[in-house]
Write a protein that binds this ligand. Structure first.
Ligand SMILES: Cc1cc2nc3c(=O)[nH]c(=O)nc-3n(C[C@H](O)[C@H](O)[C@H](O)COP(=O)(O)OP(=O)(O)OC[C@H]3O[C@@H](n4cnc5c(N)ncnc54)[C@H](O)[C@@H]3O)c2cc1C
Length: 372
């Protein structure tokens, strides 16, 4: 039996990031996924590589490195970067105070804080009477994940000789042996990147680390007929992203939103509006924490999201093209879980919903440590 240097379990963004880091070191790689192509969180997300507003130590640094890798890989693999930049619109004085405080942080380098008057000049279509200020960041990238992930996998196979085994479940891992639903494989090292699957491999480890699951609701709207100046965030995002939410000024905003938008907070809703190459808008999201993924999608959550869209843009939302749900792994501690359940095995789970923004950096860290 041929022995690979590395076997990667899971062909989501985290698994592909580990595969990329491994081939960049000259290692031979097999990637095994139980689905026929990536179907998990990595193709259900906004496709947003978010840098600004990420919590400094655990996420922002990794997001900056991942952004660099995205730019290299997108160019080489022919993955379009469909949009750039972030437009965080403050609708309340308390939100403007958070943005002002954020501008004093080193993580704000390259960002600009605009008054409503300046913002109106930059994008008149998005400015409402309620607008207090806009934080504009040039750092964010957006890819269309449903196209980007297959393109990334195809490029890894074509240009780097990565061997993909689709529709193959990994049932057991004990290097150099992997037991799969299509027979054994052999690899000197194994990186397990199972996303929010907490039961198939190393279930006790994941349970001990308190890994759970978060469900999110998303929708795609038709084009509004103009180009957004960047991915749009609302006040609610400023109490979710750690780089904003950790500021002392966020306390007053949280209190104000609790008074005015308690139902949003109950459902973990904040507004992200990310535009595609065809002008369509991916809009989300909500956050519900439970081990089981409830099958239905709640229409009340969609109504709240569309109301927030109205409040931030001052416009009627375009027609809904599509609705979907997604899940990702969460844990109370840390943005990423990296464990060594056996010699030569690493278990890697992004536990904070930032895998598209941090995956490439995490892949490099894991492979570097494993082969140092
Ligand atoms: C709605 C939504 C919006 C999001 N928005 C963003 C965003 O804008 N920016 C951002 O940075 N992050 C975002 N995220 C989070 C991000 O998508 C995830 O952190 C990331 O995709 C996790 O990648 P992954 O590879 O770990 O998991 P996944 O993409 O879920 O992949 C795991 C893979 O492992 C496979 N697998 C598991 N167990 C086995 C096994 N035993 N054998 C074989 N195969 C197995 C599965 O089939 C799956 O393909 C969002 C997530 C969601 C759901």
């Amino acid at each position: 039996m041929h022995t690979f240097d590395v076997a990667v379990v899971g062909a989501g963004i985290v698994g592909l990031s580990c595969a990329l880091a491994a081939v960049r070191r000259g290692l031979t790689v097999v990637v095994v996924d139980r689905d026929a192509c990536a179907r998990g969180a990595s193709v259900r997300n906004f496709g947003l590589v978010t840098v600004t507003g990420q919590e400094r130590d655990s996420v922002w640094q990794r997001a900056r490195r991942s952004r660099e890798v995205w730019l290299e890989v997108a160019h080489q693999a022919g993955i379009p970067i469909v949009r750039r930049g972030l437009w965080a619109a403050a609708q309340r004085p308390e939100a403007a105070a958070v943005l002002e405080a954020f501008m004093g942080a080193d993580t704000a380098a390259g960002c600009e804080l605009w008054s409503a008057a300046v913002a109106r000049q930059r994008c008149p279509e998005l400015v409402t009477d309620r607008l207090e200020a806009v934080l504009w960041s040039p750092h964010e990238l957006r890819v269309e994940s449903r196209d980007a992930l297959p393109a990334l996998a195809a490029w890894l196979a074509r240009e780097h000789g990565v061997d993909f085994r689709w529709e193959t479940a990994v049932l057991g891992v004990e290097p150099p042996r992997l037991d799969t639903s299509r027979g054994p494989l052999s690899a000197a090292a194994v990186v397990v990147c199972p996303g929010d699957d907490r039961v198939s491999l190393f279930a006790e480890r994941l349970a001990a680390a308190g890994v759970g699951r978060c469900k999110l609701q998303m929708l795609r709207l038709e084009s509004p007929g103009f180009t957004l100046p960047g991915t749009v965030l609302s006040d609610l995002s400023l109490i979710r992203y750690g780089g904003f939410a950790g500021l002392p000024e966020a306390r007053a905003l949280r209190q104000r939103l609790q008074e005015q938008q308690s139902e949003y907070i109950l459902h973990g809703i904040h507004l992200i509006v990310a535009q595609g190459a065809d002008g369509s808008l991916v809009v989300g999201d909500s956050h519900h924490y439970a081990s089981a993924d409830e099958p239905g999608l709640d229409e009340r959550i969609y109504a709240l999201l569309l109301d927030e869209y109205r409040a931030v843009t001052g416009r009627e939302p375009p027609a809904v093209r599509e609705r979907w749900g997604g899940t990702y792994a969460v844990a109370a501690r840390g943005a990423v879980l990296i464990e060594a359940p056996l010699p030569g095995v690493r278990l890697v789970v992004v536990t904070s919903g930032v895998g598209a923004s941090t995956g490439f950096a995490i892949g490099e860290e894991v492979i570097e440590e494993l082969f140092a």
